[in-house]
Design a protein around this ligand. Structure first.
Ligand SMILES: Nc1ncnc2c1ncn2[C@@H]1O[C@H](COP(=O)(O)OP(=O)(O)OP(=O)(O)O)[C@@H](O)[C@H]1O
Ligand SMILES: [Mg+2]
Length: 249
């Protein structure tokens, strides 16, 4: 929760096309250590592509993405290493369906981080407690609510000790009564100093937890500001129009 932290994620002149569609247009964005950046904008504006590029699930055409001082390479061992520094939670609960909650959380640390099983289990239990699903470690994902599954997905990402967490609309597939339990976990994480990039339409969360709001439209960052300034005093017509639509319902 500081703007004086060093740059942790830096996008410099990033461009990405899907065929003729210029989906990321010369994106420059710096996320500092401990900062929480909320990305909002209309459907199709490139928010998911931005997240996926940071995690290198999408390639970029030009520009650079730097994570903690290292430029994301095209491929290879170094990419795997850097990628494991970036945790990601998606809209759909992408847990391993045939594995228990505990196995979901310990798998990455054991296989990728080479942590011994007892240590991984101990840490997983801590994390499951932190996200409020500690009594359910023997369950399979299908035996849990969407909100619980999403909290397990957060625990699973945290188990890899990421330097930054990306969230792409983590609550948009949830029933309304489960949204807050996930947002509360995210807000607590933000308060503890986790560096986060969060794509969300939850304006209450943005106001409460974000250090900065980045507004995207048509593949560009149109505006960035503190949540207070952005919501009360948007500067661009695109942002004014967008806010009037989402705040209207
Ligand atoms: N794999 C792909 N191939 C072709 N076009 C794509 C692909 N992925 C995304 N697009 C297009 O790129 C644009 C940006 O998509 P993106 O998913 O990043 O938008 P978004 O801001 O996340 O939208 P939403 O709010 O609906 O999730 C859209 O026009 C989309 O149709
Ligand atoms: Mg999206």
């Amino acid at each position: 929760m500081t703007d004086s932290g060093e740059p942790l994620v830096v996008l410099d002149g990033v461009n990405k096309h899907f065929g003729d569609l210029h989906v990321l247009q010369d994106i420059n964005l710096t996320v500092r250590r401990g900062e929480v950046v909320v990305v909002i904008g209309p459907s199709g504006s490139g928010k998911s592509t931005l997240c996926r590029a940071i995690n290198r699930l999408e390639t970029i055409d030009s520009g650079t993405i730097t994570i903690d001082g290292k430029v994301l390479p095209e491929e290879g061992k170094e990419l795997a290493q850097l990628r494991s520094d970036v945790g990601m939670v998606f809209q759909s609960f992408n847990l391993f369906a045939h594995k228990t909650v505990l196995d979901n959380v310990t798998l990455g640390p054991i296989k990728v981080r080479k942590i011994n099983k007892a240590k991984a289990v101990e840490r997983a239990r801590e994390l499951l407690k932190r996200v409020g699903v500690d009594a359910q470690e023997r369950k399979f994902p299908a035996q849990m609510s969407g909100g619980q599954q999403q909290r397990v997905a957060i625990a699973r990402s945290l188990a890899m000790d990421p330097k930054v967490m990306l969230f792409d609309e983590p609550t948009s597939a949830l029933d309304p009564e489960m949204i807050n339990e996930v947002l509360d976990v995210m807000a607590a994480l933000a308060k503890e100093g986790m560096t986060m990039v969060v794509v969300t339409h939850e304006m209450g969360f943005a106001r409460r937890a974000a250090d900065r709001v980045v507004f995207m439209a048509d593949g560009q960052i149109v505006e960035e500001n503190t949540p207070e300034e952005f919501f009360t005093n948007p500067r661009s017509d695109r942002a004014k129009d967008f806010l009037s639509k989402i705040l209207a319902h």
